[in-house]
Ligand binder design. Structure first.
Ligand SMILES: C[S@@+](CC[C@H](N)C(=O)[O-])C[C@H]1O[C@@H](n2cnc3c(N)ncnc32)[C@H](O)[C@@H]1O
Length: 396
């Protein structure tokens, strides 16, 4: 592909990303993959260049743009380093049509204005806000059920992280091709997610409920910290996601994990045998994902104030479910991968006001910035995805 054809391809992918952002469409990485599945003539260098350009444009444009061409033009004009893109609007075959006079409906920036304001109210502004659009490294957790960070032999050495089994590699490291990965010695897991699991402070023999386990990223870390001893129930309402857990647990040797599919609104019925008995309920709640924009920058275009309200309501409900599951003296650890107070401190303030029998407890982590009754991790200060973590103890 010529450089101009790559720009046109990126514009077409951006059109699809913008369309998907308006509904419940596919994420950008899947859209890029599908675009090239239908264009086998493109080589791997073309794919990489187009993908890189698409992501750079998404990162650079704040509000949802009118279309891909406008987004590309606004990106090209935003900084001298991007001006070369504008030269490629030269009308050459397969390239973008020449630039016509007229308004461009795309604006450089971090995110839609309402979201920038909500982040600022939550104390995320300036460099800390810009860092949300940075590029994420590749973090790995050594599975202590099978190996140890100090002794493991990997194809390349990783940087030791503050989480006890955490290693960092450069973005794009092909960890999935390593024998150590295939044999379950390592799992890909962001450092912030590893620290959130550490905050749960699980011990062997405990009864633990991972209420929103998804595909089990955190369940696997909890199982390792529990040394496969005790009870660990991994729940989710999404059959497909939860279905990915069993093979992962098998690979990791995490035999104690019990997957449990829940009906939304009827969680307590399915968990009746452990109600009031859990030492720990981890609520890794569904959220807007503002802390994961480094990996999914287009998420900023998907979020609406209404969707944020819905996430907050679901988070409140799941915390209330957790309160029924925990034993006297037990604890709830609440986690969201968001830096908005609406999905962090405000949820915990509300929970503590609704449940007098619970009190805030310390979040013991080697990294983090206190935020009201919880702790935050973020890309700028800690080099992690953005997380809010809080620990609520039930009175004995
Ligand atoms: C942030 S994700 C979990 C990520 C996962 N813990 C991990 O570490 O990979 C939130 C999960 O909550 C699930 N969920 C949504 N509503 C739920 C409910 N009522 N009960 C339990 N899980 C729910 C979603 O399906 C989603 O998988």
């Amino acid at each position: 592909m010529t450089p101009a054809a790559r720009v046109q391809a990126a514009i077409e992918v951006l059109d699809a990303v913008i369309e998907a952002a308006k509904g419940e469409g596919a994420p950008a990485d899947r859209i890029v993959a599908e675009y090239f599945r239908a264009r086998r003539y493109a080589g791997s260098k073309d794919r990489r260049a187009v993908r890189e350009l698409v992501y750079s444009v998404i990162r650079a444009i704040g509000p949802v743009p009118g279309n891909g061409r406008d987004a590309m033009l606004a990106f090209g004009r935003a900084e001298p380093a991007n001006h070369h893109v504008l030269d490629l609007f030269d009308g050459s075959p397969h390239g973008p049509a020449p630039i016509e006079a007229g308004a461009i409906e795309a604006k450089p920036g971090l995110a839609p204005d309402w979201l920038v304001a909500a982040l600022a109210r939550s104390g995320v502004r300036g460099e800390a806000a810009q860092a949300l659009m940075g590029r994420a490294p590749l973090d790995v957790r050594v599975n202590s059920l099978k190996a140890d960070r100090g002794a493991i032999d990997l194809p390349e050495p990783g940087e030791h992280l503050a989480a006890p089994q955490g290693l960092r590699f450069s973005p794009g490291t092909r960890v999935e091709e390593w024998d150590a990965y295939r044999e379950g010695l390592v799992e890909v897991q962001d450092h912030g997610s590893q620290l959130a699991c550490l905050a749960a402070g699980v011990r062997p023999g405990e009864t633990v409920i991972d209420l929103c386990a998804g595909a089990g990223g955190k369940s696997l870390a909890l199982a390792a910290a529990m040394e496969n001893s005790g009870r660990l129930i991994a729940c989710d309402t999404d059959k497909r996601r939860l279905g990915n857990l069993a093979p992962r647990a098998g690979r990791a040797g995490a035999g104690l994990i019990e997957p449990l599919l829940l009906d939304p609104g009827r969680e307590i019925e399915a968990l009746a045998d452990v109600a009031g008995k859990a030492d720990l309920v981890l609520v890794d709640a569904p959220c807007s994902g503002t802390g994961t924009w480094r990996r999914k920058p287009e998420a900023k275009w998907r979020l609406t104030p209404r969707a944020l309200e819905k996430y907050a309501a679901l988070q409140d409900r799941l915390l209330d479910v957790a309160a029924q599951l925990v034993r006297p003296g037990g604890r709830i650890v609440f986690v969201t991968c968001s830096l908005l107070d609406e999905e962090g401190s405000k949820r915990i303030d509300g929970f503590l006001a609704r449940h007098e029998g619970f009190e805030p407890r310390a979040v013991n982590l080697p990294l983090g910035t206190p935020r009201a009754e919880g702790t935050r991790l973020d890309p700028f200060h800690h080099g992690t995805d953005g997380f809010f973590v809080a620990n609520c103890g039930s009175a004995c």
